[in-house]
Design a protein around this ligand. Sequence first.
Ligand code: SF4
Ligand code: SF4
Length: 90
Amino acid sequence: MGRNRVVVYPDWCKGCGICAAFCPKKVFAVGQDGKARVVNEEACVNCGFCEPHCPDFAVLVIPGETDQTPCPSETAQDPADQTAAKEVKP
Ligand code: SF4
Ligand code: SF4
């Protein structure tokens, strides 16, 4: 599975620290320059917190490629459908 990419736009970041405080994986840290930076990108689980909670829209998360293996629940057939299919066969 591809890794998620996390980007902070320094021109927009005001260093409020919300992302660093609430990211469950400690992906961010606010530096001495008063800007957040990505320090632990490989730990990002794309939980969806940081982007909508940054007050200055300074965070972007680019999801990695996902495993293409289909979910079993998506491929399983409903037994009722199978019964119906049998009924319409000549
Ligand atoms: S939440 Fe946004 S503005 Fe605040 S430190 Fe993080 S990137 Fe900067
Ligand atoms: S998506 Fe979640 S885990 Fe990833 S950087 Fe944002 S808050 Fe952290």
